[in-house]
Each structure stands twice: as structure tokens, then as C-alpha cells.
Design a protein around this ligand. Sequence first.
Ligand SMILES: NC(=[NH2+])NCCC[C@H](N)C(=O)O
Ligand SMILES: [Mn+2]
Ligand SMILES: [Mn+2]
Length: 305
Amino acid sequence: MDIELIGAPVDSGKKSKGCLMGPDAYRTANLARALRNLGHSVTDIGNLTPDMVAAPDCANPAVHSLAETIGWTQAIHRAGRNAMQAGRLPIFLGGDHSLSLGSVTGVAAATDKPQFVLWLDAHSDFHTLHTTESGNLHGTPLAYVTGREGFEGFPPVNNPIPEQNICIIGLRSVDGAERGALEGSDIRYHDMREIDENGISVLLRRFLKDVADAGGNLHVSLDVDFLDPAAAPAVGTTVPGGATVREGHLCMELIADSGLMTSLDLVELNPFLDERGRTAQLMVDLAASALGRRVFDRPTRAYTS
Ligand SMILES: NC(=[NH2+])NCCC[C@H](N)C(=O)O
Ligand SMILES: [Mn+2]
Ligand SMILES: [Mn+2]
């Protein structure tokens, strides 16, 4: 694969800061080398900066950092579209999850194929500007990319993702308004109990088969808080009871086997909250699994520090 690393140090999607350090933490954890070792060509285009836009009016007083988030959305959208049009697989190095307002719409704008989205997250991120109580826009991208109303001031979504093409796995923290919207939608979603009862591979394989049958492109959006906080502490919105390290890798290995992934977000890493870089390293290892690393390819533990 021809992979493009796109630094997106978005930190406007919530109040507690630190995700802006994410792209450099992935670089420090040697993401590019891990992917090159798998035989991929890797280009790091450095970090994007947000467009400067005027602040639109917003009826919800809780919403904050609106202009900055719109500016990021535009810049990330362009970068994602360009990478796809150049025949590359973009990996968006976040940055908080509001970066997906731009990444998902950008990659979807670059293809005629049906676009599918796999959302690995403790949260559904299905708020609009009007339903969010926190005012944190990292809780909104899935509603935006499906073309829902309630995003005044944002670029119009010209290539909305059909709800049937979206699968959320890992849910364990959904706000009331999101729940109502989700239940009234065609999005498929699997909470942690369903994972426990069925095994994560059963749920994911079902979705991957649909992507394959439709001949679709697959965007994977991996939120650090999909994982259990014991394994991945470097995130502001920890929720106990998340995916294990092996469940995370199994998802990524199934994605690699499918050959369907065309773009990837690594979001919500807050290196300020990390412990000796272990969450950044885990995210790098998961990205490597998604791009073909297998259990037996992993460096022998005793030989690494
Ligand atoms: N990308 C995330 N970590 N999102 C968390 C969102 C939490 C909550 N639903 C909110 O709107 O504030
Ligand atoms: Mn999220
Ligand atoms: Mn989350």
C-alpha cells in the first residue's frame, strides 16, 4: 500500500487539552517505521493547520470552539480527498474525534464506490449542534457525516454516508438524545454486552461481508476509548469495561484480512495522560495489525526495550 500520514492535531472538540500532541506521539512511537517494515510505502505530510473562518451564530450556548472546528473540518476534508485521489491510503493522526467531521467527508468525496464507516468507540458521537449538552464537538461527527440537519455553519455534506453503511462497535456511554436518534436510524451498533455474548469477530465479520458484497470502500475510525482504560489510559473520556488488547488486535487483523480498509483515523490520544508512551505504542501496534502485521510478525519481546 501507498500510505499517507496526515497529522491533524485537532484539540477544539472538547475542553480538556492535550490531543494536539497526538501526531508527534505517533511519530515518536515510530508508526512510519512499523508500516514500512510491513512492506508499505509511507509518506508523512506533516501537520495540517485549520482554515481561518468567521464564527457562525449558534443557538446552543454550550457549543464552544465552533469556528476552529469548522476550520479544521475544511482543511482535513481537503487533505483526505487529495490523498484518496492520489491513490493513497490516508491515516489521520489525531487529534480529537472532531477530526472525523473532515476525514470521513473528505474520503467519501473522492470515490464513486459506496462508502462504509466502522466506528470503534465507547461513544456514539451522534449529537448535533442542538442536542449536545457538553458542547464538545468531538461528540458529533457521526451525525454530521450522515448528512443530518443541525450543523449550521459547517460545509454542506455532499456525499452523506448512508446509515446502513455505518457500524459502531464498543458502545458503553451513550447520551439520551443520541440513544433516541440512534434507535430511529439505520445505523447498526453493538454495545459491550453484545461483544461479550457473541465475540467481537462475529459482529465485525458480518459488517465486513456487507462491505465486500457492496464493493465498498471502508473508513475505520479508531477512538482510543474503544479500548479498556487499563490498557489505554491516555484519553480524556475513559469508560471502564472496554475492549481488551486482544479484541482490538483481532478487529484490526480481521480488517487486514478483508483487504477492505481504504482510510483510517487514530483519534483521541492525549499523550499528556499517557504512561511511558504505552497508549501511543498500542495504537501504533493496532494500526500495524490493520495493515497486515500478524501475531508471529511481532518483535520478540525480549529483544525490544
Ligand atoms: N469522541 C469522544 N470521545 N466523544 C465523547 C462524547 C461524550 C458525550 N457524549 C458528549 O457529547 O460530550
Ligand atoms: Mn469518539
Ligand atoms: Mn469515545
